[in-house]
Write a protein that binds this ligand. Structure first.
Ligand code: SAM
Length: 332
């Protein structure tokens, strides 16, 4: 690519995302899941204007979501099938990233960078308080986190040795997929699922469905106030990156105070490279900046410093799927 093409590529990405968002909003993938459809048929099923829909499908075809099987007829590709509304679908990732309130976080990035304060927080408050007032989008957010977390959860269960750990607290657990994965892999382990009340209520239903609820205590609370005390391991999955250094240190201090001296803390996060190499965490960091202000992705040395301030020592990291990393720390 020449220099101009590099800039055009950035702009084209936003136009492609608009087309994919429309494709998802109209539930095209659900309508097409049993086989190719003519544009007229698809437009009828999703109540759209056929000539306009054709133009959207043409862009989705260049993105590899659909392919034409006959004139004016499109079928889903394997990538497009990821947008069918079913368990494991990537549809929540598009919905959450195109929701107008969530979009405001990135649309107002310039203002956030000027002031150093998140324009999103100033308009809507802290994301998790905002989600508590929008149950329909909170559900999609939890489904999105589940979709993102599932491979990472599986990686923790397969790659991290929990022998010797009797109880593990999943702090800010969301739906608790990581806790579920480690419970399945370690039959003698018991868990505590800790999150805000509305999230715990959802998680409880899932654990009942999975037949794991008798091995878990469900505790609702606020990790800035306290976390369940006296357990062997404390897991925080994609929690610390939501907070600035001061708040992240407060959370980690609560955990340090609650845990036994021979306990350990496990963080699953994306560790940023220290150099200029491309990494999805650097782009995700724009979302953290927009949504949380000083919530941030961090390098290994930044995690090490943060943990030290909270009375913990980073002892090692393990690579996980989907760019994830597990960071282990113990009391200093
Ligand atoms: C980014 S999600 C991570 C969910 C899950 N650990 C995962 O890996 O998918 C952050 C979680 O922190 C929870 N949380 C936010 N503020 C909290 C607080 N003050 N006390 C307890 N949990 C909180 C949210 O409800 C949410 O489930």
């Amino acid at each position: 690519m020449n220099n101009q093409e590099v800039i055009w590529e950035l702009i084209r990405g936003s136009w492609r995302f608009a087309a994919v968002t429309t494709f998802v909003d109209l539930r095209c993938a659900d309508h097409m899941k049993d086989g190719p459809l003519s544009v007229a048929e698809l437009a009828g099923r999703c109540d759209a204007h056929a000539p306009s829909l054709l133009r959207v499908l043409r862009v989705c075809a260049t993105s590899g979501l659909v392919h034409s099987t006959a004139p004016d007829t499109y079928g889903l590709t394997e990538t497009g099938r990821l947008l069918i509304d079913e368990p494991g679908s990537m549809r929540p990732a598009i919905v959450i990233n195109s929701d107008p309130d969530m979009r405001y976080a990135t649309d107002s990035l310039t203002e956030t960078v000027r002031t150093g304060r998140s324009a999103f927080v100033e308009r809507h408050g802290v994301l998790y308080d905002h989600l508590a007032t929008r149950p329909e989008i909170a559900k999609i957010f939890n489904n999105f986190m589940t979709m993102r977390t599932l491979p990472i959860s599986q990686g923790v269960a397969e790659r991290y040795d929990l022998s010797g750990v009797r109880t593990l607290v999943d702090v800010g657990a969301g739906k608790g997929h990581t806790l579920a994965a480690v419970l399945r892999a370690n039959p003698d382990l018991r868990g505590v699922l800790f999150d805000r009340p509305h999230v715990v209520a959802h998680a409880k239903e899932s654990f009942e469905e999975w037949g794991l609820s008798d091995r878990v205590d469900f505790v609702a609370g606020d990790f800035f106030q306290s976390v369940p005390a006296g357990h062997d391991a404390y897991l925080l999955g994609s929690v610390i990156h939501n907070w600035d250094d001061a708040d992240a240190e407060r959370i980690l201090r609560q955990i340090r105070e609650a845990m036994d001296d021979n306990g350990r803390v496990l963080l699953t996060e994306l560790i940023l490279p220290e150099d200029d190499s491309p990494h999805i965490g650097k782009e995700l960091d724009m979302r953290m900046l927009g949504l949380f202000g000083q919530g941030r992705e961090r390098t290994r040395s930044e995690y090490s410093t943060l943990l030290e301030k909270a009375g913990l020592r980073l002892t090692g990291t393990i690579d996980l799927p989907e760019y994830g990393n597990l960071i282990e720390a113990v009391p200093q």
